[in-house]
Design a protein around this ligand. Structure first.
Ligand SMILES: [Zn+2]
Length: 748
């Protein structure tokens, strides 16, 4: 029996010997295919291809663990995978590609003396990275370096590769034998040191501390863009915003490729969301990269703030006390941050200002499609050009992520274009032109990271978060668009224009997610995204670590509202509200979503706490009533959205509005009486409604709302606005009619 333990949820995945052999053959076959794409026997190219396979392809094949993708009626949708539990399904089929239907991820535990949560890939990459840096420090011949790297990457699957007839070069095979404990390495390599590194890369943190050579140190380089949101959202136009976001992703990716090309993909620890972390051989190389990161980011953007730092650490610390060791690197980065100064300090009174940002001095002119030439600054010019061309738009990357389908993936036809303005996000002619600004990230990830004791698990965590966030985003968007835009072509034809995608992804990297979408798409996206990530990180019964989950803030506002304001409110207020509620609930029910619908920008609250009390809370003479369930879980939002859609279809928008108004304006007791009167009228058939019957339909209610009664009911341990428990206070009733009234506005 083979087993891998998911260190972040406590779930266990068991395999029989036959299944583990089948998974190994499959992974070896994919690695072989990757190697065969390299022409000739350039060992460096082979080693680089193998590094990319383990560092990127393998993790994307394995994560997410809990959901895949399937195509139904030409549309993509998520499929939940069986919970493996302790059961072993003899007929398990393994994924051959990322998110491959309902097939199981081909998990390869590290085995040997490694802790149960290490994957073979984590160990392979750490060993290769250490061997790589070791050789470079000692000036080992480059040819031999790449032979050693290739041995690290192919050694663990050497038997499977040989069985399928793939011949490794003789010198690689000799090194594989040596690493496996047989024979001697070439004279240039120190057998003792190498063997210690090899062993230290595959054992628990505490053991690695003793095994790794004490004298061996590596340099960690970190680079990160500061004030990313200020840079991306300083201008109101969607083109410039998209441009700013794409430039940052592009330069981050380009630099990661440079590091991989010059040093090997195994040394890149993280490259996402304009943030880079990688290993280099020494402080001098580190300093050179520091300067290069700063230079490249500034050159690409025309002037973004970027901080970079390099710190040399004993390899024992990276293997045995990772979190603390990285803390030293981040202290350096913090110090570097405090020293960076904006490139554009102030505009002098006599200088002409840029017509787009209105802040920086203009350096040239641009010609708008209509109208006269206008002054523009360099930063805005670069963003504008990028945004219009969208050379590497995130939408395209999502389409690649879900393999195939291309533009047709969204169900909008292959000619659907990127939105050019926020107005373009809106489909058809809804009553209100509402755009959702969605911002989110992981809850409690700081605590997870603090528990990363070893560089191997740290790498697994980073790769997993990246793969899960992308997959969940792509699938959630595909489903949200499909449900919200049933007949896109008719709508587009009516509007006499080419359909454009009803969303624009802006931030996506690491655990961060940010997007603009048409109102209904944004809300349904939030529900699906949290449902998928909750599924991925469902803890095993009795797991003692905090539950990993995501929170999202969703502001639905008029398409004309100023972007800087809506983004700041969604991220600064709503997301914080959602996160606070998740924390107060001890992450018991998973991720949370805080949404708010404001028909016009001037209704965005200046003070959210005050707004909550005024709008959603009634003290009442006998009992207090809270008129919202927010922040909600994915299941709760799904339930409310479904109920709102049914109320709208049944023509109860007016009845809902009157009922909500009774609760908002009146004394709770009176509002409850009004509700009961309405219900009694329906019962006696004096009202053709069925409004309260629809509200009280208990089908598909999530367990957390099992006791829900729209006239008001205490709901278990739920506190108003997800606040902290109050000892000895009066119990609050919940009558979430305002939630439904707001959601109906978005769906109309
Ligand atoms: Zn400008």
């Amino acid at each position: 029996m083979f087993e891998w333990r998911d260190g972040f949820t406590g779930r266990r995945y068991g395999f029989t010997k036959e299944q583990q052999d089948a998974a190994r053959r499959l992974v070896a076959g994919l690695l072989e295919a990757k190697l065969k794409k390299e022409v000739g026997d350039d060992l460096r190219a082979l080693a680089d291809a193998a590094a990319a396979f383990w560092a990127r392809d393998y993790y994307r094949l394995v994560f997410p663990l809990a959901f895949g993708r399937e195509v139904v009626d030409g549309g993509v949708r998520a499929v939940f995978l069986d919970d493996p539990g302790d059961r072993v399904d003899q007929t398990a089929v393994f994924r051959r590609a990322p998110l491959d239907g309902a097939a199981r991820p081909p998990l390869l535990p590290a085995g040997g003396r490694a802790p149960a949560e290490y994957l073979l890939a984590d160990v392979v990459l750490v060993r290769a990275a250490l061997a790589n840096i070791y050789c470079r420090q000692r000036g080992v011949d480059p040819g031999l370096l790449h032979v050693l790297r290739l041995a690290c990457f192919t050694g663990p699957l050497a038997a499977e590769l040989a069985a399928s007839g793939f011949d490794l070069p003789e010198e690689v095979r000799r090194l594989v034998d040596f690493l496996e404990g047989d024979g001697e390495p070439p004279a240039e390599l120190d057998a003792e040191d190498l063997r210690r590194l090899w062993e230290a890369g595959a054992v628990a943190a505490e053991e690695a501390m003793d095994i790794a050579p004490a004298s061996f140190a590596v340099t960690v380089v970190v680079g990160a863009v500061q004030r990313v949101k200020q840079y991306v959202f300083e201008t109101p136009g969607l083109n410039e915003i998209r441009g700013g976001s794409e430039i940052l992703s592009d330069v981050t990716e380009r630099l990661a490729v440079d590091v991989a090309t010059e040093l090997g993909a195994e040394v890149v620890l993280r490259a996402a969301g304009s943030h880079l972390e990688f290993l280099v051989p020494d402080a001098e190389t580190g300093a050179a990269w520091e300067a290069r990161l700063r230079r490249e980011f500034v050159a690409a953007t025309g002037g973004v703030l970027v901080a970079a730092a390099a710190e040399t650490l004993p390899v024992r610390d990276l293997l045995g006390d990772y979190y603390r060791a990285m803390g030293r690197v981040y202290q350096r980065l913090e110090a570097a941050r405090n020293q960076t100064r904006p490139l554009y300090p102030e505009t002098l009174p006599f200088e002409e200002r840029c017509a787009i940002c209105g802040q920086r001095a203009a350096e040239g002119w641009y010609q708008p499609p209509e109208g006269d030439a206008e002054p523009i600054c360099r930063v805005c010019l670069i963003k504008r050009e990028w945004g219009r061309d969208a050379r590497r738009d995130k939408t395209r990357e999502l389409e690649e992520q879900l393999r195939g389908g291309g533009r047709a993936l969204w169900g909008l036809g292959a000619d659907a274009g990127l939105p050019q303005s926020l107005d373009d996000l809106i489909v058809g002619h809804p009553r209100r032109r509402l755009v959702a600004v969605v911002y989110g990230d992981g809850n409690n990830f700081g605590a997870v990271v603090q528990q990363l004791k070893n560089i191997a698990v740290a790498r697994q965590w980073t790769c997993r978060v990246e793969a899960v966030t992308w997959s969940a985003t792509a699938l959630a968007l595909a489903e949200a668009v499909r449900v919200s835009v049933p007949a896109p072509h008719a709508a587009a034809k009516e509007a006499q224009r080419k359909p454009s995608l009803p969303f624009q992804v802006l931030a996506l990297g690491g655990e961060d997610i940010g997007l603009f979408a048409w109102g209904p798409v944004g809300l349904r996206f939030a529900e699906r995204f949290v449902a998928l990530t909750d599924r991925e990180f469902t803890p095993a019964p009795g797991h003692d670590g905090a539950r990993i989950c995501f929170s999202l803030g969703v502001l639905v506002a008029d398409a004309k509202a100023a972007v800087a304001r809506t983004v700041a409110f969604s991220e600064g207020e709503l997301l914080k509200w959602a996160k606070r509620a998740a924390r107060n609930a001890g992450y018991r029910d998973g991720g949370t979503i805080a949404f708010l619908v404001v028909p016009t920008a001037d209704q965005i609250p200046g003070d959210l706490d005050d707004f909550q009390q005024t709008m959603y809370y009634r003290e009442g003479a006998t009992f207090p009533v809270c008129l919202t369930l927010r922040p909600v879980t994915a299941a709760e939002l799904g339930f409310l959205l479904d109920r709102a859609a049914r109320l709208r279809e049944a023509g109860f928008v007016g009845a809902l509005g009157r009922m909500a108004a009774a609760f908002v304006r009146g004394e709770p007791r009176v509002a409850v009486l009004y509700y009961l009167y309405q219900k009694a009228r329906e019962r006696k058939g004096r009202d053709d409604g069925g409004f309260t019957a629809l509200l009280e339909d208990t089908r598909e209610r999530p367990p957390t709302l099992a006791d829900l009664d729209f006239a008001g009911r205490v709901l278990g341990t739920r506190r108003p606005f997800g606040g902290e428990p109050v000892a000895g206070g009066r119990e609050t009733y919940f009558a979430p009619l305002v939630d439904l009234a707001e959601l109906v506005k978005v769906l109309e």
